[in-house]
Ligand binder design. Structure first.
Ligand code: TRP
Length: 305
C-alpha cells in the first residue's frame, strides 16, 4: 500500500445523523484525514432507491453536508462532495453492472431485508443494483480502504469481486479495496430498544439521539432511556438512575456542543456550503473522469471525436 492511502466512504442523505453514526463512523472519518487522502460522498443517488420527497431530499443533502463539515471533515484536506455532482459514478455503475451477476446481487442481505418489507411490484431495480453503484463509488477513486459498518461487509466483498473480475478480464484497472470495519463493541444501541442498533430509520425517534438535538431534547431522551449497563448500575447504587441520567445528559450536551456550534454557524451560510461542495466535486471529478476514460477504453468503446 502507498504511504498515503486513499480512503473513501459514503453516507446517505436520508434520516437524521445520530450518535451511532458519529461514534461508529464519522469520528473515524475525521481522524482518517490526518494520515490519508480521504474522499467523502453524500450519496444522493443511493437515497432515491427508496421513495423520497424532492424538496426534502435536497434539504437533507445540504444539511448532511453541513453536519459533515461541523463534525470536522476539512474540505482543505479531504474531498467532500455530493454523488450526483459527479456524473461519472452513474456511468461507471452501468459498466460494472455488466460485470456483476444477477445471482450475486440477489444474495445481498440488505436487498433481501429491504425488499422483504415491500411487495415485489414496488421493489425498484435501483434497490436491486444499489451495491453496483456503491462499487462504482469506491472503484472510480481507486480507493485502498473503505471505512464502513458491519452491515456493509457484503457490499465490500461484491466490490472486490467485481474489481478482480474486471481486472482479470481487461488487465489491472482498479485497486482492489479493503473494508475497514470497526469492532462490534463500538456499536451504539437504541435507547428504547437496547438490543437494536441506533438507526436512522428506527420506529422510535425517542431511542435515537440526533447529533443536532438541542440540550433539552437530549436530556429528555436520556431520562426516558432503558438502562442496561451493570457496571454503571453498580457505580450509581443507592443514588438512583436519576443521578446517572442527569450526569449522562450533561456529559452528552458538552460532548456535542462544539459540533452543534459549528453546525449553527454553517446553517446560516448555505452559499458557503454549496461553494465547498463545488470545490469537492471538481476535485473528485478530476480523479473519476480518468478512471472512467480508462474503463471505456478497456471495454472497447469508440472514442468521441
Ligand atoms: N451503502 C452505504 C451505507 O448505507 C453508503 C455508501 C454508498 C457507501 N456508497 C458508498 C459507503 C461507498 C462506503 C463506500 O452505509
Amino acid at each position: 500500500m502507498p504511504a498515503v492511502a486513499r480512503v473513501l466512504s459514503g453516507i446517505q442523505p436520508s434520516g437524521e445523523v445520530h450518535l451511532g453514526n458519529y461514534i461508529g463512523a464519522l469520528r473515524h472519518w475525521v481522524a482518517d484525514q490526518d494520515r490519508n487522502d480521504c474522499f467523502y460522498v453524500v450519496v444522493d443517488l443511493h437515497a432515491i432507491t427508496v421513495p423520497q420527497e424532492p424538496e426534502a431530499l435536497r434539504a437533507a443533502t445540504l444539511d448532511l453536508a453541513a453536519i459533515l463539515l461541523a463534525v470536522g471533515i476539512d474540505p482543505e484536506r479531504s474531498t467532500l462532495f455530493v454523488q450526483s455532482h459527479v456524473h461519472e459514478h452513474a456511468e461507471l455503475a452501468w459498466v460494472l453492472g455488466c460485470f456483476a451477476m444477477f445471482g450475486e446481487l440477489r444474495r445481498m442481505t440488505q436487498f433481501k431485508d429491504k425488499a422483504h418489507r415491500q411487495r415485489e411490484a414496488s421493489v425498484s431495480v435501483g434497490l436491486f443494483s444499489y451495491p453496483v453503484l456503491q462499487a462504482a463509488d469506491i472503484l472510480i477513486y481507486q480507493a485502498d480502504r473503505v471505512p464502513v459498518g458491519e452491515d456493509q461487509r457484503q457490499h465490500l466483498e461484491l466490490t472486490r469481486d467485481v474489481a478482480q473480475r474486471f481486472n482479470g478480464r481487461f488487465g489491472e484497472t482498479f485497486v482492489v479495496p479493503e473494508a475497514a470495519i470497526p469492532p462490534v463493541g463500538a456499536r451504539i444501541m437504541d435507547l428504547q430498544n437496547p438490543t437494536a442498533k441506533m438507526s436512522k430509520s428506527a420506529d422510535s425517534p425517542q431511542g435515537t439521539i440526533r447529533v443536532t438535538d438541542p440540550p433539552d431534547v437530549l436530556a429528555r431522551k436520556i431520562k426516558t432511556a432503558v438502562t442496561e449497563i451493570p457496571d454503571l448500575e453498580e457505580a450509581y447504587a443507592g443514588k438512583g438512575y436519576a443521578d446517572l441520567k442527569r450526569d449522562l445528559a450533561e456529559a452528552l450536551v458538552e460532548f456535542l456542543r462544539p459540533l452543534q456550534e459549528r453546525y449553527r454557524d454553517l446553517a446560516t451560510d448555505p452559499g458557503e456550503i454549496a461553494r465547498l461542495l463545488e470545490v469537492g466535486a471538481a476535485k473528485a471529478q478530476a480523479v473519476a473522469s480518468k478512471t472512467l476514460a480508462a474503463v471505456y477504453e478497456r471495454v472497447g468503446f469508440l472514442p468521441r471525436g
